[in-house]
Each structure stands twice: as C-alpha cells, then as structure tokens.
Design a protein around this ligand. Structure first.
Ligand code: ZN
Length: 276
C-alpha cells in the first residue's frame, strides 16, 4: 500500500479522466451535466415518495452528526456569515409559509409561553417592582381617579365583593355598625317634617330629584341623605346641614366638607383633561 496525499490523488483522478475522454470522444460536457441533473432529480423524487420517513431519517442523521461534532457545529452557528445567511433564509421561508409560521409559534406559546413569562418576571423582579413604585409615586392623584372610575364601572361586581367581605368578617362589621348607630343615637334621628321639606325643596329647585354633589338626576332607590358638614366633624341633623345625594357620591365624599369636595372635583377634571 502506498498512501497518497490529497494533491496526488487529485492529479491521478485528472489523468484518468483525460484517458477516459480520449477513449470516448462522443461524451461531451453537456451530456455530463445532463446526467448529473437526472440523478439529482431521481434522488429528489425518491425523497418525496415517502417524505415523512425520509425526513425522520435525515433529522436523525443531522442530530447524530451534531452530537459527533459538537464544537464544529457550535463554531458554525456562531459564525457571523452563517448567521447572516440563516437570518435571510428564515425571512424568505417565513414569507412563503406564513400559515406554518403562525401555527408553529402558537404551538410553542401553548407549550412554553406561561413558563417563559414566569421565568422572565422572576429574573427581572427588582426592576419591575422599582418601575411600578416610580410610576405610582409620579401619578398618585391620577391613579386614585383611575381606581374610582374602575370602581364605578364595575359597580355590581363590587357589591358582590362587599357582601363576601361582610360574610368573612362578620364580627368586625357588627362592631363598626354598632359604633355608627351609637353616634347617630347621640345626634338624634331626623324629623319626618325635615325629610318632607328636603325632598320638596330639592324638586322645586331642580325640577326633578337631583344630587347636590354631582348635579345629575337621581334614579329610584339611589337616593340618600347627605350631611354637608360630616357628623364626625360636628355636623348636626338640622335642615341647613342636610341635602339629597347619590349613595355612591355620598360614600365618595366620606368625611370631607363641601368646599373640600368641590376642590377635589375641579382638580380631578384638570388632571383628566391633561391626560386625555
Ligand atoms: Zn351624585
């Protein structure tokens, strides 16, 4: 046995080719390429006869090759020219096969989407918390408006939540109700004559029953009696201190006076106009 180098093998191959061409002068280059194309076509046809089988085979071969040549494959993937080529190839493939692309990503999201988001959130926990705090501190007044508006939008949901809270904290609710009742008993209940006068004067002034706090008409069952100076600040049950308002408006006013309430309302409007 004589071992040949690469160049020597090439030279020997070329010499053999020359000899073969001299012996077969009818064989041209065009014929040579035709034969090669034929063989390639045959190969393709055979591959497409059992696509699923052959794809499996080629995939297995690819994975085996990758396991055997890990470093080579890693270098190839990190090669920038290869990356460029791969990016362009991917773009062209995705433009041609949009349905396949969307189906693939949907499948991927169902399999790994939630876990991916979880991991990302855990990784960037501190940054997210800081951002949230900063945003809240910068827009404290606006955030309170957002909360109120969402509360009003989901009014029925909130009623159910309140009922749940009452059932869960029965004793606390009883204590609070007792305190409220005691405070009202000290003041004394409102006279029926004052009730009648309040409703009649309200209708005379506005035409229909309207809210003192938001100046919008009140539907049946939504009316409540409002203390202009709240009871906790020394307000009384006399006619001059009373008015008729929405239940929601009354709760929102809480323990602020009329001046504080209208000041707040004007501020909120200004903030909302800047935002929208
Ligand atoms: Zn109102």
């Amino acid at each position: 046995m004589v071992l040949l180098t690469k160049i020597e093998r090439l030279l020997r191959h070329r010499l053999a080719n020359k000899k073969w061409r001299k012996n077969n002068p009818s064989y041209s280059k065009e014929l040579y390429w035709k034969n090669i194309e034929k063989s390639r076509k045959n190969g393709r046809d055979n591959y497409h006869k059992d696509i699923e089988k052959n794809r499996k085979k080629s995939r297995e071969q690819y994975y085996k090759h990758r396991e055997r040549n890990l470093e080579y494959c890693r270098e190839k993937r990190q090669n920038q020219e290869y990356k460029k080529w791969h990016r362009e190839y991917k773009k062209i493939w995705e433009q041609k096969n949009k349905d396949k692309k969307s189906a693939y990503y949907k499948k991927w999201y169902v399999r790994n989407g939630k876990e991916y988001h979880k991991q990302w959130r855990e990784k960037n926990k501190e940054i997210l918390n800081q951002k949230r705090k900063e945003e809240y501190a910068n827009n404290k007044e606006l955030n309170s408006i957002y909360r109120r508006r969402s509360y009003l939008k989901n009014h029925q949901r909130n009623i159910i939540r309140c009922r749940k809270w009452r059932e869960e904290n029965k004793e606390l609710f009883k204590k609070l109700a007792k305190l409220n009742n005691l405070r009202r008993q000290k003041l004394g209940y409102i006279d029926i004559n004052i009730f009648q006068k309040l409703y009649e004067d309200n209708i005379k002034q506005f035409g229909t029953l309207t809210c003192i706090l938001c100046f919008k008409p009140i539907e049946f069952g939504q009316d409540s009696i409002e203390h202009k100076i709240p009871v906790s600040r020394g307000g009384t049950n006399q006619y001059e201190n009373l008015g008729i308002a929405h239940k929601i408006c009354n709760i929102r006013k809480h323990n602020s006076t009329m001046g504080e309430w209208f000041g707040k309302q004007i501020k909120e409007k200004e903030l909302w106009q800047i935002k929208t």
